[in-house]
Design a protein around this ligand. Structure first.
Ligand code: OOG
Ligand code: NI
Length: 462
């Protein structure tokens, strides 16, 4: 998509992300409150922590920080997922990772649509966690059939959006006017609908099966259910939420607080009760809760070895808790996490030496001076040891299945956690999607590799 007439997909994504944020702030004022709290906290961290500020400056993340957010939607049919994949592709977003939420009692499987190259992420890191309802898990055949038929009747894309998606794919891009029309039309798919497509009784039935089933099936479209800004200090924001009229969930998902953040820490506030009208009713006599707020703190992307260590330590902390984390055991859970994660190195040189995280390399000032005069066989370790190359962690751009389940559960409003016995079905998901999902680890490895190649070039080494 390089024709000069066309707007770059990265810019379309940037515009779309902004339009989505504006719409959501308008629809859910508490999201605006959260955005402000996060902006204040980030400004304070940047002013007080020179190391963090320097790291974000080196990686360029400082420029994308205020743009940064992810959202989530849940769709009901294979066709909806397939068209969404084409819609996101117009904005340079590809399906990365496969997440099976059924072991955690949520009848969906998911992927994250996002940009895949570090240069594209720099323009806009906007991501959408996208779940497909697994209708086959509805254990009541008439209800399953009702859900299927109801979903089959809806069209979640506007005719103009569909036409522009086709145009972008056949012509290879969208010009300025079409790009702006696309942003406006695509936004319609994510809008809230206060009018259900089912009766109150049908809604009850769907909801009793699983609240998520009602959320997906009972409405004309897959409303965006949260937007999540990125904070540099999630504990500080969590602590200040109550003073701003926001009640956070009991525990922060992910790893414990550390000097060197890894992967992703997340917390959310419970979904709001919103007035809705059921089919056949005039007034808004019902209520539905789906939309919530969330914040996240992102850290280093881990290698397969690092991720295996993370999974093992998280499991052991959770096993030791012997319960699903909730209000009553939150403090104990925090202690257990800290104890168990003591085994995870907490400084970047060690994370690098032990091959636990991905890094981006930079030529230092000393390296610049030495450029062109270094021995042709100088290797990475020697260059780092001599101070010719520096390194910063690659930021984790993806999600975590255990955390995502915790976020789903908290806003579905129950502390217990059931599970479905059914096997995960990545193949069915990818068939619906119309393409395989991308392995996120390969993307981080490529980013690291590109940074090394660039460094060697600057240093005049083959
Ligand atoms: C998605 C929940 C997962 C996250 O940040 O892990 C998620 C949903 O509730 O639809 O957004
Ligand atoms: Ni989220």
């Amino acid at each position: 998509m390089s024709h000069p007439r066309f707007v770059s997909p990265d810019l379309i994504r940037q515009r779309f992300s902004r339009a989505m944020s504006d719409m959501y702030r308008h629809e859910v004022p508490l999201y605006g409150v959260l955005m402000e709290l996060v902006a204040q906290t980030n400004a304070r961290v940047l002013a007080n922590d020179r190391q963090v500020a320097e790291q974000l400056r080196m990686t360029g993340e400082i420029e994308r920080l205020d743009l940064e957010r992810h959202g989530a939607i849940r769709v009901g049919t294979e066709a909806e997922l397939a068209t969404l994949a084409r819609l996101f592709a117009v904005m340079g977003m590809e399906p990365v990772g496969y997440y099976d939420l059924t072991p955690a009692g949520v009848p969906v499987h998911s992927t994250a649509f996002r940009a895949v190259h570090e240069a594209a992420l720099q323009v806009s890191p906007f991501r959408v966690f996208t779940s497909l309802l697994r209708l086959e898990l509805i254990d009541n055949p008439p209800l399953r059939e009702f859900a299927r038929a109801t979903l089959a009747r809806r069209e979640i894309f506007t005719p103009a959006a569909l036409a522009l998606i086709d145009k972008a794919h056949t012509e290879g891009g969208l010009d300025e006017r079409d790009a702006n029309a696309f942003v406006a039309q695509a936004l319609e798919t994510f809008r809230w609908h206060s009018r259900a497509t089912v009766s109150a009784a049908q809604y009850q039935q769907l909801s009793q099966q699983h609240r998520l089933v009602a959320d997906v099936v009972a409405f004309p479209g897959p409303h965006i259910n949260h937007l999540t800004p990125r904070t540099l200090d999630i504990d500080a924001v969590q602590a200040q939420m109550p003073a701003h009229g926001i009640t956070p969930k009991a525990v922060i998902e992910g790893p414990p607080r550390r000097h060197c953040p890894i992967l992703l820490r997340q917390t959310s506030f419970k979904a709001l009760d919103e007035a809705i009208a059921f089919a056949g009713q005039d007034a808004s006599q019902g209520s539905h809760s789906a939309r919530f707020g969330e914040i996240e703190q992102r850290g280093a992307a881990l290698t397969p070895a690092g991720r295996a260590l993370y999974d093992r330590l998280l499991d052991s902390a959770r096993d030791a808790l012997q319960a699903f984390p909730n209000e009553s055991n939150a403090l104990r859970y925090e202690q257990l996490l800290a104890e168990h994660f003591a085994d995870f190195p907490d400084d970047y040189p060690n994370l690098r030496d032990q091959g636990l995280a991905y890094f981006r390399y930079f030529v230092t000032a000393k390296g610049q001076e030495a450029a062109g005069q270094l021995p042709a066989n100088a290797g990475l370790e020697a260059l780092v040891a001599a101070g010719h190359l520096g390194f910063e962690p690659v930021v984790y751009e993806d999600f975590l299945p255990v955390s995502a389940a915790g976020i789903f559960q908290s806003n579905l409003g129950d502390n217990g956690q059931g599970h479905y016995d059914s096997a995960s079905n990545r193949q069915a998901f990818e068939q619906a999607l119309g393409r395989p999902t991308i392995d996120e680890l390969a993307l981080y490895a490529q980013t690291q590799q590109r940074s090394l190649e660039q460094c060697f070039k600057v240093l005049g080494l083959g």
